[in-house]
Design a protein around this ligand. Structure first.
Ligand code: GLN
Length: 446
């Protein structure tokens, strides 16, 4: 059914970069056989899903929606891929994204522009826009995305889905093609909070292959699926309701907060005074890290190589000039500048210092509150092409999501109504490893 649905509508939605029909059918038959034999299978066995195209899949192309990896077929699986395969989840395809996960609309893909299933004139958000559109249009039941500054939560919000950015270190990043290593996390995009808990159960946990993976005891996130917020202390993050946030979006978020109050939660306004520095801090850190991470794409080891060149330098320059898109080049230039001697202290080092201040704002707020609530995005989904000529406008759409990655804490976006027929997301943030609390609050709101 998933494959038929893809065949029927993906020509319009363009959520997928590749599908693997034969493989999916073979796996489905195998699961079916096991079921017939009465074997006990995992929660996700036999369920069609999709992976963002920056998550390595052995034998299946993994392009990061970039020309430079256009012919790349990984020789190994990411840990999350392996975990889902072990549970007999069925991969039906790899989803479109902004090139190397840099963007907020999926328009930076080198291959196609994904449409928002709620309104095909609009973007699905980004950078995990293909994953979000695939789930929202019922092509698959869930998908994984990656979130460096909002790329799971923002598309979830634009497409009416639940999207979770787990605590940094909860989900292994082994086999996730790196964008900004100190910020990247993999997480689920699902239709509801229950599915989110099931997928998180499958992908979370310590992995010796990722040096930033956290050790800790295993949690069953299904246990968090209870509608109970009595006594919960909610902080309303004041700075997230300021200038540039659509009034109708604010109204929807406040309505959800009132609903939580009527169910026994308490709320109070709280200030996170360094929030205004989060966006510039993020773009310096993310660009710096990406300029270093993307140095490996040189035309020698893997991926695209330019056709004619005179010498080694010429090979590097031509390969990278032809292989990377405009936004990726912009970030590499910005990052290289911020890291260069003479500017390092003024930009990169300064950004790291501000990162600490932003983290401290959250630590302080969580001394008093169990969760913080804010909008996920300033507006509902914008039109295709609306922000493509203005990178700063595009970056502004991340104001509510980037502080969370900077602090490494978890946050979930859950649908909270509509504005002019377009879905709006509510963002719930928690302390490190407080995913169960987030899921409980999200489950109550839903
Ligand atoms: N839109 C942000 C950026 O372009 C976030 C991307 C992400 O989370 N991968 O960097």
């Amino acid at each position: 059914a998933a494959l038929d649905r893809i065949e029927k509508i993906d020509g319009q939605i363009e959520a997928f970069l590749h599908t693997s029909r034969e493989r999916a059918l073979t796996w489905a038959q195998e699961v079916d056989k096991r079921l017939q034999e009465g074997q006990e299978l995992s929660d996700l066995a036999g369920i069609p899903m999709a992976l963002k195209d920056n998550i390595c899949t052995e034998g299946i192309p993994t392009t990061c929606a970039s020309k430079i990896l256009g012919n790349f077929v990984p020789p190994y699986n990411a840990t999350v891929t392996e975990k889902l395969y072990q549970g007999k989840a069925i991969l039906v395809g790899k989803t479109n994204m902004d090139e190397f996960a840099m963007g907020s609309s999926t328009e930076n893909s080198a291959f196609r522009k994904t449409k928002n299933p709620w309104d095909e004139q609009r973007v699905p958000g980004g950078s995990s826009g293909g994953s979000a559109a695939a789930v929202a249009s019922s092509e698959v039941f869930y998908a994984l995305g990656s979130d460096t500054g909002g790329s799971i939560r923002q598309p979830a919000s634009f497409c009416g889905l639940v999207g979770l950015k787990p605590t940094y270190g909860l989900v292994s990043r082994y086999g996730l093609i790196a964008y900004a290593s100190s910020l990247d996390q993999i997480g689920p995009l699902t239709k509801d909070v229950e599915d989110c808990a099931l997928v998180l159960n499958a992908i979370a946990g310590h992995d010796p292959m990722d040096s930033t993976s956290a050790e800790g005891k295993e949690v069953d996130y299904r246990k968090a699926l209870i509608s109970d917020v009595k006594g919960l202390k909610i902080g309303i993050a004041k700075e997230y309701f300021g200038e540039g946030i659509d009034e109708a979006v604010k109204r929807n978020v406040y309505a959800a907060i009132e609903q939580l109050k009527s169910l026994g939660a308490d709320y109070e306004e709280v200030s996170l005074p360094h929030t205004e520095y989060a966006l510039p801090t993020y773009y310096i850190l993310a660009s710096s890290e990406c300029s270093s991470n993307l140095a490996r794409f040189d035309g020698i080891r893997y991926g695209y190589r330019t056709e004619s060149y005179d010498n080694l330098t010429d090979l590097f320059v031509k390969t990278r000039s032809e292989g990377f898109g405009e936004e990726v080049k912009r970030r590499i230039m910005l990052g290289t500048y911020a890291l260069s001697s003479g500017y390092y202290d003024a930009y990169y080092k300064k950004a790291l210092q501000v990162r600490t201040l932003i983290k401290q704002d959250f630590d302080k707020a969580f001394e008093k509150f169990d969760v913080l609530i804010a909008p996920t995005t300033p507006t509902p989904a914008f039109r295709l092409g609306e922000k493509t000529d203005d990178p700063l406008q595009m970056y502004m759409s991340d104001v509510c999501t980037v502080p969370i990655n900077i602090a490494g804490i978890p946050a979930i976006s859950v649908p909270c109504g509509f504005v002019e027929g377009l879905p709006v997301g509510l963002q719930i943030m928690g302390k490190h490893f407080a995913e169960s609390t987030l899921l409980r609050v999200a489950y109550t709101v839903e």
